[in-house]
Design a protein around this ligand. Structure first.
Ligand SMILES: [Zn+2]
Length: 197
């Protein structure tokens, strides 16, 4: 009977979705009217058909993180569109703690809401495009796991099943994969993307 208690964090099945390699950028623009807010939302809806887009802040300062898998010319096109449509816009060709601090300070000054982004289960670093996994525990609960690019990269040479095992082992939530845990790899959802803005 005590066995059941000690096994509450055992993982029965884990669905693993490695992050795609590629380049990231963060785009920020100040909007002063509802119309401008709609304009920028429409722009990034369009970008979302060509790349992965994650909203970072919503309000006077609108910001979006964008991840492309190959050709980065899309970044230059977005930058140009923002420059022509908005009085103030800014681009960071990366996503790092420094970028996040910059967005945070712009948001604080303008009373803009910073949106929730995934935190790494190992080092707590924020990463809008993490390696993800969903763990179904033996108690029937599900846990959503995320691992930042830096922590994932340490195990990127491993087979996917071994990689997820290593990441979960270092996760601060102390979940446990056993010999019986099944690992499902998410199929590639995004094929080679054609960039044609
Ligand atoms: Zn990490």
């Amino acid at each position: 009977m005590s066995k059941a208690i000690s096994r509450h964090s055992d993982i029965e099945q884990v669905t693993f979705q490695p992050a795609y390699p590629g380049s990231r950028a963060v785009f920020m623009a100040e909007v002063s009217t509802r119309k401008e807010m709609r304009q920028i939302q429409e722009l990034f809806d369009m970008v979302g058909q060509l790349a992965e887009v994650v909203p970072v802040s919503h309000g006077t300062v609108m910001s979006y993180a964008v991840h492309v898998h190959g050709d980065t010319s899309l970044f230059g096109k977005i930058e140009w569109l923002l420059k022509t449509q908005f009085t103030f816009s800014l681009v960071e060709r990366d996503f790092s703690a420094v970028t996040l601090q910059l967005v945070e300070s712009l948001c604080a000054e303008s009373d803009t809401e910073l949106l929730d982004l995934p935190h790494c289960g190992i080092c707590d670093e924020v990463d809008p495009f993490p390696t993800r996994a969903t763990a179904r525990l033996s108690n029937g609960k599900e846990e959503h796991l995320a691992y930042c690019a830096r922590c994932s990269a340490r195990h990127s040479h491993e087979e996917p099943a071994e990689m997820v095992r290593e990441l979960v082992r270092r996760d601060r939530r102390r979940l446990r994969m056993t010999a019986e845990t099944t690992v499902l790899l998410m199929p590639e959802m995004v094929e080679e993307l054609q960039v044609a803005v």
